[in-house]
Design a protein around this ligand. Structure first.
Ligand SMILES: [Zn+2]
Length: 401
């Protein structure tokens, strides 16, 4: 039987009127395709059902973003875009609860010529057709940007930290790096975001067994969380310590073992700069550029608090290096480093970033992939938290004077 198509066209870059859909739509990767047709780029996505969506472009680098409410991109294969030379890269995944995002990196500036969704009346499946045409860099820059939509504003308003009882538990916020649309470092199909979530869940379970420690997570599922929102979440949980978990991947095989980073604003080594660039650009790559939302005025006021949190961060980093030695956790030859990492910029609680190892190294990779392999690092971090908590308690009367 010939399918009847109900055609819903929309203005480029305008969101389709919201409608309520419950089950997740799936992308058919067999039939979906991106092709260069003469000077245009044509993207055709087959979905198992219609969902609200929107299309817009972002500059620096040039990208086109498709947001869906909500598409299950599990098993997504970037190869469906291999036929197009105009698409240099593609990422897809959950952006935040209820929303998914697909990002196409464009080789050259292109404008949305048309975007539309056709819905089959017979089976409810949907086809999204997006046509992009070449444009100048100036015009691209002028029209790029996410449409204003209150639904899309991340909850950035910093809440005052909750009142905490003097003798309450120490709150340790564990932050599994990346997630959702942002898979982090990748090696052999292994994604940093997944491995860090597993490590974070094991770590919070271990921390929860320590007396006087209350663990919390910035994410407990495969979802994208912007860097600043991670800090906001930590603040809202009343963080006494913030531990961001990452893994690296390098071209070579050699680099191995865990490294702990604290914040610096000093000139950095090339390696630290590379780490900073990779981690700080995460929001930009995912199409959520919040760099303009810094609070410079607050920064000045925070400088005093920062002196103490910096010292406390350093004490934790040292405790962790010692604990890794004591537990025989595989450690990098230079385990203690500094970098200008955005996720470590909170002035009101100490924070460290742990690179748990290198996905590019075969021994690290095998270790990071199993609970048994991760156990020595979990033990080391847990031991360090326990020792650090005792040390901070001893120092507290001195610091408060
Ligand atoms: Zn990372």
């Amino acid at each position: 039987m010939r399918a009847l198509w109900l055609v819903i066209w929309m203005l480029a870059a305008a969101p389709v009127a919201a409608q309520d859909f419950s089950a997740l739509a799936r992308l058919d990767t067999e039939t979906s395709v991106a092709e260069d047709v003469r000077r245009r780029l044509e993207v055709t996505l087959f979905l198992s059902q219609s969902v609200p969506y929107r299309v817009f472009t972002l500059d620096d680098p040039a990208r086109v973003v498709l947001d869906f409410k909500e598409v299950d991109f599990r098993g997504f294969d970037a190869a469906i875009f291999d036929q197009s030379d105009r698409v240099e890269g593609v990422r897809a995944g959950p952006l935040r609860p209820g929303w998914s995002r697909m990002i196409l990196d464009l080789a050259d500036p292109m404008a949305v010529q048309s975007a539309g969704m056709q819905v089959s009346e017979s089976d409810g499946t949907a086809i999204v057709e997006l046509v992009m045409r070449p444009t100048s860099a100036e015009d691209f820059a002028a029209t790029a940007g996410a449409p204003d939509d209150p639904d899309w504003v991340f909850a950035l308003a910093d809440q005052p930290p909750p009142e905490k009882p003097e003798d309450g538990p120490l709150v340790v916020v564990v932050d599994p790096g990346h997630g959702g649309i942002d898979s982090g470092a990748e090696y052999d199909g292994i994604e940093e975001a997944d491995v860090m979530l597993a490590l974070a869940l094991e770590l919070t379970a271990a921390l929860g067994r320590l007396e006087g420690i209350q663990p919390a997570l910035t994410r407990n599922t495969d979802v994208f969380v912007p860097l600043r929102e991670r800090l906001t979440l930590a603040r809202g949980a009343g963080a006494d310590l913030f531990i961001s978990l990452h893994a690296d991947a390098l071209a070579g095989e050699q680099a191995t073992g865990a490294t702990v980073y604290t914040l610096t604003d000093q000139a950095q080594s090339a390696a630290s700069q590379r780490i900073a660039e990779r981690h700080n650009s995460v929001d930009v790559l995912a199409g959520v550029d919040l760099r303009g939302q810094g609070d410079e005025v607050a920064m000045v006021l925070q400088d005093l608090a920062r002196i103490e949190t910096t010292a406390a961060s350093d004490r934790f980093a040292s405790a962790l290096v010692q604990a890794m030695k004591d537990t025989n956790a595989p450690m990098n030859t230079r385990p203690r480093r500094e970098a200008g990492l955005q996720v470590l910029t909170a002035a009101d609680f100490p924070s460290v970033l742990i690179e748990a190892g290198f996905l590019s190294n075969v021994a690290d990779r095998e270790r990071l992939l199993t609970p048994q392999g991760r156990a020595p690092l979990v033990a080391a971090i847990t031991l360090a938290v326990g020792r650090w908590a005792i040390e901070e308690e001893a120092l507290a009367p001195l610091i408060r004077q």
